[in-house]
Design a protein around this ligand. Sequence first.
Ligand code: GLY
Ligand code: MN
Ligand code: MN
Length: 389
Amino acid sequence: LTRNALVSPPYGGRLAFLVDALGGAGVDALLVTHPPNLRYLVGFDGSLGALLVSAGGSTLVVDGRYITSASARAATTPGLENLRIELADRSLEEAVARVVMGSAGIFNLGVEAAAISLSRFDRLSHTLGMAEAAGDLSAPRLRATEHLVERARMVKDDGEVATLRDAARRLSGVAAAVMSDVRAGRTEHEVAADIDATIRRAGFERSAFETIVASGPNSALPHARPGGRTLQPGDGVVLDFGGVYDGYCVDLTRTVQLAPLSEEFGRLFDAVSAAHAAAIRAVAPGVPASSIDRAARLVLEGLGLAEYFVHGTGHGLGLEVHEEPRLTKPGSTQTDETLMPGMVFTIEPGVYVPGLGGVRIEDDILVVRQGCEVLTDMPIDRLGRSRDE
Ligand code: GLY
Ligand code: MN
Ligand code: MN
């Protein structure tokens, strides 16, 4: 049990906040099916479940695999005293329809458009229609919603910040420890396996995504998968890895060059370091997320490298490794969020020059009232030296 697991998250407040947001979304109830949202709202971490949230109360629908654990959690967890648990004995949709038709005042039922399959949506719609035909109640209209829970998740509470800070400290330790594993003669696969083992030893539940070790020409592919290539003298090597700690994801990238160093790779490295530093300097509450992307992009533009920066500058971190807010050009996501204290995200500019190689540098940032706190702590050094070397 970790320290933070001893303190229960404020589930009651999260549910109440969501109930308050329903009206603005034009719905009387929301059917939450995105697993990270279920975990955030009621601590449910199974693979399948549905939570109906409305002003009349909340009901978690689960199948037989989870009924015992979900009932026990509801009975013993502060904030979940009023959570009802419903068994899906035949299908999830049938149980959801039963709960919905048994609740007064649900005329418009929101679903999470990005997290319900078309087949489940059709089945729910059909089951509600059947229930309507069999009785004298009319079925609610199903409405697509987006980002209702994700927007709440964007600003972390004190417990989440403590978890992420601890996780980032551990991941920084992983970064310092693995640099000596990056040597000519080893394969990308071998280095990636070392990183994954170190992540586990550092107390993480698992890696947050498939670890990236991209060497030589492969470093010019932003999301290369590690392969059998043997690291060569002079290679640039992008190392990008993350861990899940107490459910929360952290994410770090360093790029190193194996001797002999080259001037042209050094230019890319210095450019990305400067873009990364400029982006961090731009972080403050009240500024749009896109302005952080702009700060990084301006530096690379000034050095004639903008065309090689082919992704956004960062993404939110939390129960998912990629979540809101997105730090990208305005217009490339639905919303350009305004930064607020408690937001946690990566800053990870990169340049990828086919034939020459790529550089990416990534740290995890917490927005605070005065600006930001960099949660990860690993020197930015082309030789991969850690602080004590
Ligand atoms: N490799 C995932 C990321 O850095 O976003
Ligand atoms: Mn990463
Ligand atoms: Mn990332």
